[in-house]
Design a protein around this ligand. Structure first.
Ligand SMILES: Nc1ncnc2c1ncn2[C@@H]1O[C@H](COP(=O)(O)OP(=O)(O)O)[C@@H](O)[C@H]1O
Ligand SMILES: [Mg+2]
Length: 548
């Protein structure tokens, strides 16, 4: 890396650094980003395929979920990493539409490359893309339809669309019903939903059909002692984040015991202390104890004797859910135990789920706490179901919050493409070319949906464009007939935000990648290591560079 100054090269970068500039840099970045889009493209839509990802220790994940695939892949290239960020942002913001956003970003870059080839300057393309994205969001908002309050039907369809193609197909209706019931139970008057109230508990064993909903909190723990009651009615619940054990000395102390009497005294003292703790618990009136730490044998014995149901080593997230559901305070010291801190549930009971004991906390003080148990034949099935349910919960939540949805199946993309072309004509100049490229890029969604369903993408696009030109704004790809169909009538619907977010994050990433014309990579990975440099006689690369 050098500049000539009177024949003398000036090195400004460390030896081993690499630098790519201009069109080369753009081409490489675009190629990397396109490769990411190509990697997830085949998973898009109801007929999308799955990917099997195997990590370095041989763990296998089978999934159809864009963001999961990209997170699991060990992506190195910086431009490719920016595409992964697109999927992550989409996932954080709406929970669905991750593949869509990445595929659109890839196509925007591909179209930009054609324009670069025609000598359209990257800043002009970037500007046109920004204008197009703003316009597209405006148009899609205009296409959106209101979610009416208490319209469970539309929520079921939104959940169903998010779940299609995710290995949950056979039991989709059942799962959608669970999801919508759970969300509506948790929803506030104004439509806001705190998904933290919904606990999804996975269990391997049984079939998807055995999945169910519990009005309350489900904890994957059994009671610590068989002599404890299996079921407690009118449960007064204590949530304790402190060990019910003999306190170990803080400093390393040695206790010298010289006679059996002394040992007995020591043991008696230990027992007396634990009794003290248990008595405190009993005195508070608690009949159920969830402990985040351990409960030792002696304590278990006394708790059982007092008829208290106790579980130990409960996860922190579960403790928080229990606190919200039952109204109990999370107590972190034994001294703080008091009747005022207890929570309430109508029933606490240990029951078997797929052969394993779990604790059900039902009829909670706060009825806005629900759990969904999902069951499936194998771990892979359950994991993918969990991801599908996660997506569906999120879209239902978003739809309730924004109260807007659009038809899916490629219909908004075709409509946007048509309207953006009309808009481009009013803009004129070189920006027009970029807006037209943006318009064409959006058609990648219906094209890919068609390809993945084994249909001819050209035929479908012609069909869809014709339908939209006739004013059928919700015409999308009916994967069963292979023709244009009314997505609204077929119940293929998505929250508005899935589309607006996908458009804006795809456009932002494409613009960001396009504007890069110089990639300077430090020698960290490529060049020789400091040890190698030392072996080479030290600091050769630094020649001509003043010490900083
Ligand atoms: N039954 C269906 N018919 C046609 N298109 C569908 C259907 N269900 C979902 N889609 C479309 O599939 C796309 C989403 O596919 P998906 O694999 O979930 O990817 P993403 O990660 O982008 O959500 C959306 O465009 C959606 O409208
Ligand atoms: Mg999806």
């Amino acid at each position: 890396m050098s500049q000539q100054l009177g024949g003398q090269p000036i090195l400004i970068l460390k030896e081993g650094s690499s630098r790519t500039r201009g069109r080369d840099a753009q081409s490489i970045n675009i190629a990397a980003a396109k490769a990411v889009a190509a990697a997830v493209r085949t998973t898009l839509g109801p007929k999308g395929m799955d990917k099997m990802l195997v990590d370095t220790i041989g763990d296998v994940v089978i999934t159809n979920d864009g963001v999961t695939i990209l997170k699991e892949m060990d992506i190195e290239h910086p431009a490719a990493k920016m595409m992964v960020e697109v999927a992550k942002t989409q996932d954080d913001e709406v929970g669905d539409g991750t593949t869509t956003s990445v595929v659109v970003a890839g196509e925007l870059l591909k179209r930009a490359e054609d324009l670069l080839e025609q000598d359209v300057h990257p800043t002009v393309i970037a500007h046109g893309y920004r204008m197009a994205a703003d316009k597209a969001i405006e148009i899609v908002k205009d296409l959106a339809i209101d979610v009416k309050p208490n319209d469970a039907d539309i929520l079921l369809k939104i959940a169903g669309t998010a779940m299609t193609g995710k290995g949950a197909e056979a039991s989709k209706d059942k799962l959608c019903d669970l999801i919508v019931r759970a969300v509506t139970m948790v929803a506030e008057e104004d439509g806001t939903v705190d998904l933290d109230f919904i606990k999804v508990e996975k269990k391997v064993g049984g079939s998807i059909e055995d999945s169910g909903i519990v009005e309350g909190v489900l904890i994957d723990k059994e009671r610590v002692h068989p002599a404890m009651p299996k079921k407690v009615d009118n449960a007064k619940i204590l949530l304790l984040n402190a060990a019910v054990e003999f306190k170990k000395t803080e400093v390393d102390a040695e206790i010298n015991i010289t006679s059996p009497d002394q040992l007995q005294m020591f043991l008696d003292e230990e027992e007396r202390m634990i009794r003290g703790i248990v008595d405190k618990i009993i005195a508070s009136g608690a009949n159920v104890l969830f402990c985040q730490k351990g409960i030792d044998d002696i304590a278990q014995h006394y708790l059982a004797k007092a008829g208290i149901f106790a579980t130990r080593r409960v996860k922190k997230s579960d403790m928080e859910k229990l606190s919200r559901a039952t109204g109990a305070t999370l107590i972190s010291s034994i001294d703080a135990i008091s009747p005022e801190e207890l929570g309430f549930a109508g029933i606490v009971e240990e029951r078997k789920v797929s052969g394993e004991d779990m604790t059900f906390v039902e009829q909670c003080k706060n009825p806005k706490a629900v759990s969904i148990i999902i069951k499936g034949g194998t771990e892979h099935v359950v994991d993918e179901l969990d991801r599908a349910i996660e997506d569906a919960l999120r879209v239902v939540e978003v739809a309730l919050r924004d109260k807007k949805f659009v038809a899916g199946g490629g219909s908004p993309e075709v409509e946007l493409s048509l309207r953006l072309r009309e808009y481009a004509a009013t803009v004129g100049g070189r920006a027009q070319l970029a807006i037209e490229a943006f318009a064409s890029a959006l058609e990648i969604i219906p094209r890919t949906l068609a390809e993945n369903a084994g249909l001819d993408p050209i035929d479908i696009l012609v069909d869809l464009r014709a339908a939209h030109e006739k004013g059928q704004k919700t015409a999308g790809l009916d994967v069963n007939t292979g023709k244009a169909g009314d997505m609204l009538a077929q119940g293929v619907v998505e929250p508005l935000r899935v589309k607006t977010q996908a458009i804006s994050s795809a456009a932002e990433a494409a613009v960001m990648i396009l504007r890069i014309d110089d990639v300077i990579a430090s020698s960290k990975s490529a060049g020789p290591s400091p040890e190698e440099m030392a072996a080479m006689g030290g600091g050769m690369g630094g020649m001509g560079m003043p010490p900083m």
